[in-house]
Design a protein around this ligand. Structure first.
Ligand SMILES: Clc1ccc(Cc2nnn[n-]2)cc1
Ligand SMILES: [Zn+2]
Length: 263
């Protein structure tokens, strides 16, 4: 789908060095979510996801993460409500993780690091016709972040884990269908934080309304180990590099407020 096939890959290198300056840079991501600084907003409604598993198309190793891509040419898989004014279309989801279970998430809660973080990327289909347009606009994207912690095996995730060896190398793609990403969301959907931020890889555009779930999902150590068996490098390269630590360093909050949907 357009949302990731035109993924800005030219600048994407797992070890790209900070700081890749983003003009303004007033609302960069990721950040630490400080519990005592976040503000309960009673007007925040629950958000609603309606995902159609038939829109799931493929998995692509883009050399930074693996993206599960959805057909975003119709309104079949959408996100609305919560802090959002408009209807957003799911275009892909991906993860960020570490080389061990000690770190790997992009966001933290009171500096607590999780071993991995899921991002479900959506774009504003009420205001824009294409993902490429939305990515450049301040109300263009909505990303749901879900923390992963080590515990029992996640049965829903296993179908995805079993497909990963087929996309071990950068630029590999495998067909992947009938996957409903709502199985990756935590039970309590009405407890989240939200703030105005950015993409965490180039183009780093300040287009994202972040929705970070309070409840983490549990996955097994073995499932995370399969994530780490992926490679940043393509099959042709002599030196193979494990795809690990594909997260960005945390960014200054600057005058922003993180709101919570719960008190
Ligand atoms: Cl299209 C796109 C661009 C960047 C990223 C990386 C990212 N940005 N925010 N969370 N992950 C994901 C999808
Ligand atoms: Zn991400």
């Amino acid at each position: 789908s357009a949302c990731s096939s035109r993924y800005v890959r030219s600048q994407l290198h797992p070890m790209w060095q900070e700081p890749l300056e983003m003009p303004g840079g007033e609302r960069q991501s990721p950040i630490d979510i400080s519990l005592r600084k976040s503000v309960f907003d009673p007007n925040l409604k629950p958000f609603v996801t309606q995902y159609d598993p038939r829109t799931c198309q493929q998995i692509w190793n883009n050399g930074y993460s693996f993206l599960v891509e959805y057909d975003d040419t119709t309104d079949k898989s959408t996100l609305r409500g919560g802090p959002l004014e408009d209807k957003f279309r799911l275009c892909q989801f991906h993860f960020h993780w570490g080389e061990n279970n000690t770190w790997g998430s992009e966001h933290t809660v009171d500096r607590h690091l999780y071993p991995a973080e899921l991002h479900l990327v959506h774009w504003n289909a009420d205001k824009y016709a294409l993902f490429e347009e939305a990515i450049m606009e301040e109300n263009g994207l909505a990303v749901i972040g879900v923390f992963l912690k080590v515990g029992k095996r996640h049965e829903g995730l296993q179908k995805l884990v079993d497909a990963l060896p087929a996309v071990r190398h950068k630029d590999s793609v495998v067909e992947f269908t009938k996957f409903d990403p709502s199985c990756l969301l935590p039970e309590s959907m009405n407890e989240y934080w939200t703030y105005a931020g950015s993409l965490t890889t180039p183009p780093l555009t300040e287009a994202v309304t972040w929705i970070i779930m309070k409840q983490a999902i549990e996955v097994s150590h073995e499932q995370l180990a399969v994530f780490r068996s992926l490679l940043f490098t393509s099959a042709e390269e002599e030196v193979q590099k494990s795809m690990v630590n594909n997260f960005r360093v945390q960014q200054p909050l600057k005058g922003r407020t993180v709101r919570s949907s719960f008190s």
